[in-house]
Design a protein around this ligand. Structure first.
Ligand code: COA
Length: 189
């Protein structure tokens, strides 16, 4: 194939696993599909961002306002059908102490519970530790968010801290747990 003849459908791959591709999140991805995920009560149940209604304009502003120097947002794409099913992020990267937060949202609910969350997290951790030379990845999660806690534990995160009864979930106060994993632990697994 000569130059200029590249198919429009040529796939952009940044990180690749057996079922998923992680690629840069682009402006065209800030669309009604993403808006649907954020506003879906089930998807946003354990996310502070979903508490208030979000408009497309707000999503666009959030995306534009992300400082690319210390935030890396990737689209999670299902390889078989090339569907964009969610996003994963390394946020607030601290280049001095070499740590960052991890955030993930698989917005297409039928893709839950099939190991794809773990696959996306593993791909991102491998990238964070091997290519970015980060030392530690941390996150905070509702203590009763079973699928998330299990997925994080299965890739090697350990519970390192807890704030008791901080999140309101339908009138019940829930603990927030903090989890972390170091590069050494990730590669020792
Ligand atoms: C949290 C999330 C990323 C998990 O992704 P996922 O693809 O469903 O997770 P995985 O299938 O890789 O792993 C989940 C594990 O928990 C298990 N699980 C699911 N629901 C469970 C439940 N209610 N109780 C116990 N275990 C449960 C799954 O069986 C799986 O374990 P297994 O690998 O031993 O079978 C995804 O559900 C999501 O994006 N949710 C919406 C946004 C969100 O909450 N983000 C995280 C904020 S901290």
């Amino acid at each position: 194939m000569g130059y200029g003849k590249r198919s429009k459908k040529e796939k952009i791959v940044f990180l690749e696993g057996s079922n998923l591709i992680l690629r840069p999140l682009e402006e065209k991805d800030i669309n009604r599909r993403y808006l649907k995920w954020i506003n879906d009560e089930e998807v946003a149940k354990f996310m502070i961002t979903g508490t208030f209604p979000t408009t497309l304009k707000e999503l666009e502003d959030y995306y534009k306002g992300l400082n690319k120097q210390n935030n890396i947002m990737l689209a999670i794409v299902f390889k078989k059908n090339q569907k964009h099913i969610g996003n994963i992020k390394l946020g607030n990267i601290n280049w001095v102490h070499r740590f960052a937060d991890l955030g993930i949202m698989i917005g297409e609910r039928k893709y839950w519970g099939k190991g794809y969350g773990q696959e996306a997290i593993r791909l991102l951790l491998h990238y964070a530790f091997s290519r970015l030379n980060l030392n530690k990845i941390i996150l905070g999660v509702y203590a009763n968010h079973k699928s998330a806690v299990k997925a994080y534990q299965k890739v090697g995160f350990k519970i390192e801290g807890r704030i008791e009864k901080i999140f309101n979930l339908d009138g019940v106060y829930i603990d927030k747990i903090f989890m972390g994993i170091t590069s050494r632990k990730f590669f020792a697994k």
